[in-house]
Design a protein around this ligand. Sequence first.
Ligand SMILES: Cc1cc2nc3c(=O)[nH]c(=O)nc-3n(C[C@H](O)[C@H](O)[C@H](O)COP(=O)(O)OP(=O)(O)OC[C@H]3O[C@@H](n4cnc5c(N)ncnc54)[C@H](O)[C@@H]3O)c2cc1C
Length: 67
Amino acid sequence: MAITRTVVVAGAGIGGLTASLALAAKGFRVVILEKAPRLEEVGAGLQLSPNASSILVGLGLEPRLAP
Ligand SMILES: Cc1cc2nc3c(=O)[nH]c(=O)nc-3n(C[C@H](O)[C@H](O)[C@H](O)COP(=O)(O)OP(=O)(O)OC[C@H]3O[C@@H](n4cnc5c(N)ncnc54)[C@H](O)[C@@H]3O)c2cc1C
């Protein structure tokens, strides 16, 4: 019988969300806890290096990143 393990991720920033997607892609059940009442943009936007973009593309986010 397959055992579904749950991982709790604290923080819904780019780091927490990327880790959560990667874990979910491996079959983990992920619970994300975010202390901020609302997620908002900070600064001019996130600059992603090519290796970071490659990871996000690998997680299936290319259609969301392209625009
Ligand atoms: C004012 C400012 C301007 C910036 N401008 C730019 C820019 O123009 N371009 C750029 O590329 N980068 C910019 N950055 C940097 C960029 O925001 C960070 O590098 C990036 O967001 C880091 O991502 P992260 O997931 O590691 O952390 P964060 O984005 O900080 O995410 C961490 C999340 O965890 C939550 N959290 C923390 N503790 C807990 C807890 N105990 N329980 C639950 N949730 C918790 C926080 O509320 C937050 O939502 C800027 C940063 C700041 C502060």
